[in-house]
Unconditional design. Structure first.
Ligand code: GLC
Ligand code: GLC
Length: 629
């Protein structure tokens, strides 16, 4: 075994390993030369004191070269297109959809049959929730992976996934899948070998003989799924303890071991070869642990992501990463850069949209858009109204304190409001992971149920549309949870399913609502009305170049219930004004006097005279094309 030494000799070792594995072509060599100094630096910082540093780095490079050699021509063509248009995901034409394969369409063949619908909707990005081999029964919706190289047999095969990726590509849709790299399931081959004492895999996970070290770590770690087990560890049948941040059958990988990095890079490259264009990097905050810290968002977590990014840049240069960091907003942005994750969920905008709808006060959202929205060049937000996960109130306490709001008390209020425990609430949600020690909880529920449609609230449909009008207009890739566009309601049947009853997120993961999709053309139904209004917004967005990119300029009005911003285009801007309140708001001409009189209402296709002011109905909004004076 050889430790890492100098750039020059480690480079020689890496190239020798690549050559031993097969041909090293010029295209690969160019990218290797561009990326290797960076990868070497990252490896040195992560694994500088490891005896096997050099060989693991060399093996990683060899795997990248082999993967490039096997890369199908059409994927190389796509790589070249993406490299020539690196900002492809910032276009106003981007629209994402997310669904579970089984719940939305039964299996991969069923998803393929839905392609005409995806085109009707205008999708350019499709995230299929984890579709890999996983334990039978309870498997955290597939987030417990037993093999990254095998599709769950009930959904199809890897060949079908590659074919689906190709069909989607032809339809103008990029396939997105999860890269669940913080943990594997306890049934993964590596996990079985690790607990059996196989020396090659013994250090793949964090296993301790007794609870001394686990207790020491747990003094500073956060509990993620306290309904399942307290703390961050679970006990094995033989009495040892293993790190398990999420469910007891999801075991965290030990990235302090470079063999784990090398092995997971291999799994990533395998997926890259299937035609996936975006990898959703699951649970990024948790991948590195250090005693005495929260073991979240440590500097090494970033180094690891950058190292994966460098490997991908050598072998599949058209691909990008999306970060899933549902943490404090100061931390969320630290994952976003062209060298790390080019895309990131925007959990703050998501949570504050719901916060604003509950309080009828848009000021926290307004501040967040003005102060926490900017991103580095070459990156983009993924904006969403809700996901397959719970809503956590991830706003910064210091931001709330400006208005005299106590963060803890406000979260308690929001949880009560969205679980319907607050009198007068329009929401029908369910608590998720209430922590008896801290009093924390998160909220589950579909958009329609949380917004008031289930409760029969008169503003319900407007709120669904308003929340999407925000997600569709702030910049980045808007991501629809499929079913929301036809106002899908909560599904309480999970309570009768032993594999699901312990996880209330299943309330908002119902099967594709066939009846509601059938009603989508019928405006006498909620499904039809919401569908018409959302598809109108989607088509307006596609045709408004102002919505490309991420630039956003705040627009303050004297009304706390109004969130306002401008999206600048080459000559004109789109002014968005959204009223989260229950009362009509008049925007007076003076407030609008920085713009030319003649303006255009993009959603209603109508000329406007700004000298007459603007009227925002309760839970209403406008997208107006204006010309700054
Ligand atoms: C991510 C997923 C979530 C899952 C967790 C553990 O947060 O979005 O659904 O429970 O990771 O993999
Ligand atoms: C925690 C994690 C987040 C994950 C969620 C799943 O909030 O921070 O990453 O999505 O749990 O419910």
């Amino acid at each position: 075994m050889t430790a890492l030494t100098t750039l020059a000799s480690d480079r020689t070792a890496a190239l020798a390993a690549a050559e031993a594995a097969g041909r090293v072509d010029d295209a690969f060599l160019d990218r290797f030369d561009a990326q290797f100094p960076r990868l070497h630096d990252l490896f040195t910082r992560l694994y500088g004191d490891r005896a096997d540093g050099q060989e693991q780095l060399a093996a990683t490079v060899a795997a990248a070269s082999t993967s490039w050699n096997a890369r199908p021509l059409e994927l190389k063509v796509r790589d070249a297109q993406r490299e020539a248009d690196a900002g492809w995901f910032q276009s106003e034409r981007m629209l994402g959809g997310v669904a579970y394969v089984d719940r939305f369409a039964g299996n991969l063949a069923g998803i393929r049959d839905q392609i005409p619908y995806f085109r009707e909707l205008g999708l350019t990005y499709l995230h299929l929730m984890p579709l890999f081999d996983a334990p039978e029964g309870d498997n955290d919706g597939g987030y417990a992976v037993s093999s990254y190289r095998r599709v769950n047999p009930s959904l199809g095969t890897m060949d079908e996934l590659s074919e689906l990726a190709a069909d989607l590509r032809t339809a103008g849709i990029s396939l997105v899948v999860d890269f669940i790299f913080n943990h594997t399931s306890n049934e993964h081959e590596w996990a079985r070998k690790a607990v059996a004492g196989d020396p090659e895999y013994a250090d793949f996970y964090l296993i301790f003989p007794d609870c001394e070290m686990p207790d020491a770590y747990e003094r500073t770690t956060r509990e993620i799924f306290p309904d399942d087990h307290r703390g961050s560890f679970v006990q094995l049948p033989d009495g040892r303890w293993i790190w398990s941040t999420f469910y007891h059958y999801q075991w965290d990988l030990n990235y302090a071991n470079p063999a784990v990095f090398r092995a997971m890079a291999g799994e990533m490259l395998f997926l890259a070869g299937r035609g996936v264009e975006v990898l959703r990097m699951d649970a990024v905050a948790f991948i590195w642990k250090r005693l005495g810290t929260a073991c979240e968002s440590l500097p090494e977590a970033h180094l690891l992501l950058q190292a994966f990014n460098a490997v991908l840049a050598m072998a599949a240069p058209g691909m990008v990463f999306k970060s899933e960091a549902i943490v404090h907003p100061d931390e969320v942005v630290t994952y976003i850069s062209p060298e790390e994750c080019q895309l990131s969920y925007n959990p703050l905008q998501m949570a504050l949209t719901w916060e604003a709808l509950a309080t009828r006060d848009g000021r926290l959202l307004q501040d967040a858009l003005e102060e926490r929205h900017a991103l580095p060049a070459g990156t983009a937000w993924v904006t969403y109204v809700r996901s397959h996960d719970d809503i956590g109130w991830t706003f910064a306490d210091e931001d709330a304190a400006r208005y005299g709001i106590d963060g803890y008390a406000h979260r308690q209020f929001l949880n009560r409001f969205y679980t319907g425990r607050f009198e007068g609430s329009f929401a029908r949600g369910v608590a998720f992971q209430e922590n008896p020690t801290t009093g924390d909880a998160r909220v589950a529920g579909t958009t329609a149920s949380l917004a008031g449609i289930e409760a029969g609230d008169a503003g319900g449909e407007d709120r669904v549309v308003l929340a999407h009008a925000l997600a569709l207009s702030t910049g980045g890739i808007p991501l629809l949870y499929l079913g929301d566009e036809v106002a899908q309601l909560n599904d309480y049947s999970y309570r009768d399913d032993p594999a699901r009853r312990g996880d209330s997120r299943w309330v908002h993961r119902g099967n594709r609502p066939r009846d509601r999709y059938a009603e989508r053309g019928d405006e006498s139904t909620a499904a039809g009305r919401v569908f018409r209004r959302l598809t109108k917004l989607i088509s307006v967005r596609q045709q408004a170049p102002e919505f490309a990119g991420n630039d956003l300029i705040g627009f303050r009005t004297p009304h706390p219930s109004v969130v306002g911003y401008q999206r600048p285009g080459p000559d004109t801007r789109v002014l968005v004004l959204a009223n989260v309140g229950d009362a009509e708001v008049q925007i007076d001409p003076l407030t609008l006097s920085g713009f030319a009189r003649e303006a255009y209402d993009l959603v209603h296709d109508a000329d406007l005279d700004l000298d007459e002011g603007l009227t925002l109905p309760p839970h209403g909004f406008v997208w107006v094309r204006v010309t700054p004076l």
